[in-house]
Design a protein around this ligand. Structure first.
Ligand code: NDP
Length: 303
């Protein structure tokens, strides 16, 4: 039986989007400017097409300019870099997002490095990773930014809490650890070579799971009352054997939700936890980038 409070990422994301929309409205009234987000997609990957369409819709709903550049799957790296250069120099565009994955002929790192760091609303550029590491204002990757907002809304001051981040990717695990450190948590980053991961997690007040392994974190890994943030998005066969035989799937996180919820103090569900916050943080980053391009302080965007 679940005893944990459910951290409702969908509701939180709606709150954040509403705050961004209001801030954009104030910017338009005061400066006659709106933030602009350019999303670039190369090829026909169906999941990427859905993400890109949804990002465009949400950007427009927040009162911002949204440009989508759809390029052929055979596009050369040189042509994509030329488009990035054009967007870097477009004063009406404040955020540039190149949807991953890219086709094999294109080096994703070369493209991400070509984006102006001040327009890098995904926060993947090494300059933004460096700014985060040394505590300078920059653009923070959207998923960990959403996680830290949920944690602060749930727990308030995080000072002195023990946090374990499982996963050390550049887009989730490492920036998540930096954000927790900036909140004065004592942070441990775990990964596939970590010894006795269950015992490590059991000592944590906060567990962030960003692994990509379905339901890996079990209830006996969690300290009673701890806060659990599940970043994982994993497709597994449907519970119904007939549907599973038809190839139907369901989405689960990296945490065994039902059993973990019986021990944790608070937990994010999958779906409906971290996922919805990611796109809301993309809008927040675009607004922030626009303010900085104008030399004005962005309004505080918290939950
Ligand atoms: P990566 O595959 O880049 O990184 C996974 C990390 O997990 C690696 O550091 C790896 O360790 C570690 N790991 C793998 N197996 C184990 C294990 N058995 N024990 C401990 N650690 C392990 O994944 P991402 O960081 O990109 O994504 C993680 C998850 O988050 C995925 O499910 C992804 O779909 C999801 N995701 C969700 C988003 C959202 O919006 N909600 C956005 C981005 C990602 P090592 O480095 O040693 O290999």
């Amino acid at each position: 039986m679940s005893t944990a409070r459910l951290i409702d990422g969908k509701a939180a994301s709606q709150t954040l989007v509403a705050r961004v929309t209001e801030a954009v409205g104030r910017m338009k009234a005061a400066h006659d400017r709106v933030p602009g987000l350019a999303v670039v997609i190369v090829g026909e990957d169906p999941a990427s097409q859905i993400y890109v369409r949804s990002k465009g819709e949400r950007t427009r709903e927040a009162g911002m300019r949204s440009d989508t550049h759809r390029l052929d799957a055979a596009t050369s790296q040189a042509d994509l870099l030329a488009l990035v250069d054009q967007l870097n120099n477009d004063p009406g565009i404040h955020g540039i997002l190149v949807q991953l994955p890219l086709p094999d002929q294109i080096d994703a790192n070369a493209v991400l490095s070509a984006i102006d760091p001040d327009k890098d609303v995904d926060g993947f550029h090494v300059v933004n990773a460096g700014r985060l590491a040394v505590g300078l204002p920059g653009l923070v990757p959207c998923t960990p930014l959403g996680c830290i907002m949920l944690l602060k809304a749930e727990l308030g001051d995080l000072t002195g809490l023990n946090a374990v981040v499982v996963g050390r990717s550049n887009i989730v695990g490492k920036p998540m650890a930096q954000l927790l450190l900036a909140e004065s948590c004592t942070v441990t980053i775990a990964h596939s070579r970590t010894r006795d991961l269950p015992a490590l997690c059991r000592a944590a007040d906060i567990v962030v799971a960003a692994v990509g392994r379905p339901e890996m974190v079990r209830s006996d890994w969690i300290k009673p009352g701890a806060t659990v943030i599940d970043v994982g998005i994993n497709r597994v066969p449907s519970r119904d054997p007939v549907k599973a035989a038809e190839g139907k799937t369901r989405v689960v996180g990296d945490v065994a939700f039902e059993e973990a919820a019986a021990v944790a103090g608070a937990i994010t569900p999958v779906p409906g936890g971290v996922g919805p916050m990611t796109i809301a943080c993309l809008l927040a980053n675009t607004y922030t980038a626009c303010c900085r391009s104008m030399g004005i302080e962005p309004d505080a965007l918290t939950l």
